[in-house]
Design a protein around this ligand. Structure first.
Ligand SMILES: Cc1cc2nc3c(=O)[nH]c(=O)nc-3n(C[C@H](O)[C@H](O)[C@H](O)COP(=O)(O)OP(=O)(O)OC[C@H]3O[C@@H](n4cnc5c(N)ncnc54)[C@H](O)[C@@H]3O)c2cc1C
Length: 319
């Protein structure tokens, strides 16, 4: 049996965790899920559509919101009791954090961002992203139980309609105050309730070439196309946009149907976050910018004139 940590946030199941369930099912038909917090009780039955027969929900007074160490403790305690062959999660920032805690608590190794996993008796073989996805590492992990996360957007979550809902089994993790030292107490600002960057089908992304005052048309275009705004690290470092919008090695990894890179040069660290886009359009004043070698289509021009023209054309086309 494989145990998969399934994340959720304020009443919404994490779509990236559903990809981890697909990866688990590709290894073993017997997949169980672990979710943290009483809110998950209402969400977990849906996991039946993703091949989960049993969903374990860790319930504790302190687990009212994301608490990485406590979640890791709960996952490790459940794993110790159930003895799965592997404990998996999505290679999202939260999935990696929770499983890193769980593995450390068990004094086991942890393999992050795996693109393939072959379980063995005490030795598993994994292929995983290193160096922001620029290198694939093949590694052997010596552990009786593999703790690993799956690379994002590599495994497709495929719901099977008509499946029986997952059965819910609540458990009470044994947590100390130290486990709950890091947890979300409140959220301020941001969180406009729009499309999440990691899951957006369209990302309109701006770099230094857009300029601080130039993001208005990008926001308009994102809204017209039902997408969201992203940006490069230069932009977040300058404080023009929040870090939550940064795409790349140290930002969010996206895999939209359409990625529009405006005034972005195409540095390796940026491409690491957007190379899984199905179609990329680059808008740049420099025909020799690195981004051109990744783009399916390019517009050579000044973002300050090209962007308003595109917004107007899309608005007209949409009537
Ligand atoms: C450890 C590490 C991690 C990093 N992580 C990330 C990350 O997660 N994400 C990330 O993005 N970067 C990351 N970086 C930074 C990365 O190396 C680049 O510095 C950054 O991506 C460059 O941002 P940019 O393309 O906006 O700016 P620039 O490289 O300065 O490019 C600006 C582009 O705009 C074009 N341009 C200029 N004026 C106009 C105009 N008027 N109209 C149209 N185009 C115009 C230029 O031709 C140029 O191509 C990281 C770096 C390191 C060392």
């Amino acid at each position: 049996m494989i145990l998969v940590y399934v994340d959720h946030d304020r009443g919404v199941l994490d779509e990236l965790s559903l990809q981890a369930l697909a990866a688990a099912r590709g290894i073993d038909a017997d997949v169980q899920a672990v979710l943290i917090g009483v809110d998950a009780v209402a969400l977990a039955p849906r996991l039946g559509e993703f091949g989960v027969a049993t969903a374990h929900v860790g319930v504790h007074d302190g687990l009212t919101d994301y608490a990485p160490m406590a979640a890791g403790r709960a996952v490790s305690q459940l794993a110790e009791r159930l003895q799965p062959t592997a404990v998996l999660a999505a290679g999202s920032p939260r999935g990696n954090e929770v499983l890193a805690h769980a593995a450390a608590i068990m004094d086991e190794p942890f393999a992050a961002d795996c693109t393939s996993i072959t379980l063995g008796d005490g030795v598993s073989e994994v292929t995983r992203y290193r160096w922001a996805g620029n290198v694939f590492e093949e590694a052997r992990v010596h552990a009786p139980m593999l703790y690993a996360t799956t690379a994002l957007h590599v495994f497709a979550a495929d719901p099977q309609s008509g499946s029986a809902p997952a059965a819910i089994v609540e458990f009470a993790p044994d947590l100390t105050p130290a486990d709950l030292a890091v947890r979300v107490l409140e959220r301020t600002g941001g969180g406009g309730g729009g499309v999440s960057l990691a899951e957006a089908k369209v990302v309109v992304s701006g770099g230094r070439g857009v300029g601080e005052a130039g993001f208005g048309p990008l926001e308009e275009l994102a809204e017209l196309l039902g997408g969201t705004v992203g940006c490069s690290r230069v932009v977040t470092s300058a404080g023009w946009r929040p870090h939550a919008e940064q795409v790349g090695q140290t930002g969010t990894k996206v895999a939209p149907d359409l990625y529009i890179a405006i005034g972005i040069s195409g540095a390796t660290q940026h491409i690491a976050g957007c190379k899984n886009a199905k179609t990329m359009i680059a808008i740049n004043s420099d025909p020799d910018a690195t981004i051109m070698s990744f783009a399916d289509y390019a517009v050579i021009g000044d973002a300050a004139t090209v962007m308003p023209a595109i917004v107007e054309a899309v608005r007209a086309a949409k009537g």
